[in-house]
Design a protein around this ligand. Structure first.
Ligand SMILES: Nc1ncnc2c1ncn2[C@@H]1O[C@H](COP(=O)(O)OP(=O)(O)OP(=O)(O)O)[C@@H](O)[C@H]1O
Ligand SMILES: [Mg+2]
Length: 342
């Protein structure tokens, strides 16, 4: 049981938007697709859903061919649910009517009793029991989002496609909706493909993450692998905002340009070849003995427990690091950064 995305390429006229995407997703996995705007996330989801046909390659679900360049199973026959960024609710239909609609569109009709039982269950799962007779205009953004989720799940799809479903919500609501979606995943056991460009969302929710750039897959791995062992410079910069320290690798040591040595676990080959040590902001610290990379403070952001500082070195290269609130620096001040010893 799996979703196979086999060598998918998509061209719009001369523009190649997806290039040889090859992924195997296991039954029941929660997969996030993470990448910057325009990298092809929505296009990939639309091909899996059946709204677009691939230029080449195949989509298979549980060994059944869903799509190739000359074959396509219609959207309604793919046994999938979809939630998109805009909730796309009908203003004249109550919550309950939104949920009844997909049930009534199925080939095999259920009795009213069975239908009501299914609707009551999904209303309970999504915490919408008291709002069953409300119209979308009477609901908050989060409640509308839950209706969209409930509607996507009502036919018990084996595959749920979500395209930035939380992007329209405020920070608090986002957090509670994340939990809601994780709950739904646990209850239904559906395979979920979840598009986001929010890395913390992807790290928090997924079994595995696909990081995309310019229509290609940069890395596919667990959140720990993506965050802790980036395989490309792009993944290191995009996830975890790594500082790219220049110098050269000498076995288990990294020698910075100014000769300071950092003991470090060697990263992926591409970093070694390019003489780069990727370090996350939390892996750097201010050295009180003026050892390390000399940088000038540019700005700081307060986050309650500490400050996140931005600084530049003599080559105007940018660094990000944290320092506790009692260790205050101001713009223009020169300090030295070293790798924290673990
Ligand atoms: N129907 C289309 N015709 C031509 N080009 C398209 C079409 N749909 C998408 N594109 C182009 O394909 C590229 C990828 O678009 P896509 O919507 O998949 O990006 P995305 O990763 O979802 O971005 P975002 O994070 O902004 O939603 C973009 O450059 C876009 O302009
Ligand atoms: Mg998109």
């Amino acid at each position: 049981m799996s979703l196979r995305i086999e060598h998918i390429t998509k061209k719009f006229d001369a523009a190649t938007v997806l290039s040889d995407i090859d992924l195997e997703i296991r039954d029941g996995e929660f997969i996030s697709i993470l990448g910057p705007s325009g990298c092809g996330k929505t296009t990939l989801l639309r091909i899996i859903a059946g709204f677009l046909t691939p230029t080449s390659g195949e989509i298979k679900f549980n060994d059944r061919l869903y799509a190739s360049n000359n074959y396509s199973v219609p959207v309604e026959k793919r046994n999938l649910g979809m939630v998109f960024q805009s909730f796309a609710l009908w203003p004249h239909m109550t919550v309950k009517e939104h949920l009844a609609f997909p049930l009534q569109s199925q080939k095999v009709q259920q009795s009213k009793d069975v239908e009501n039982r299914i609707i009551d269950k999904i209303l309970a799962v999504t915490g919408l029991e008291k709002l069953a007779n409300s119209l979308p205009g009477e609901l908050s953004g989060g409640q509308q989002q839950r209706v969209a989720l409930a509607r996507a799940m009502i036919n018990k799809p084996k595959l749920l496609l979500m395209d930035e479903p939380l992007s329209a919500l405020d920070a608090d609501l986002k957090l509670s909706m994340r939990q809601e979606i994780q709950n739904i995943h646990k209850i239904t056991g559906a395979t979920i493909l979840y598009v986001t460009h929010d890395q913390s969302e992807a790290l928090a929710m997924s079994n595995r993450i696909v990081v995309m750039k310019d229509g290609t897959v940069e890395q596919f791995g667990t959140p720990e692998e993506i965050y802790g062992k980036p395989q490309t410079l792009f993944v290191a910069a995009f996830v975890g905002r790594h500082n790219m320290i220049s110098g050269k690798w000498d076995g288990k040591q990294f020698i910075c340009k100014n000769g300071t040595a950092f003991p470090a676990v060697p990263p992926a080959e591409c970093f070694i070849e390019k003489g780069i040590c990727p370090l996350r902001p939390e892996e750097l610290e201010v050295n009180r003995d003026n050892i390390g990379i000399c940088v000038e403070i540019v700005s700081k952001q307060y986050n309650g427990r500490e400050f996140l500082y931005t600084a530049v070195d003599a080559d105007k290269k940018t660094y990000h690091f944290y320092a506790i609130v009692t260790m205050l620096f101001s713009a223009g001040q020169k300090i030295h950064l070293t790798k924290k010893s673990v």
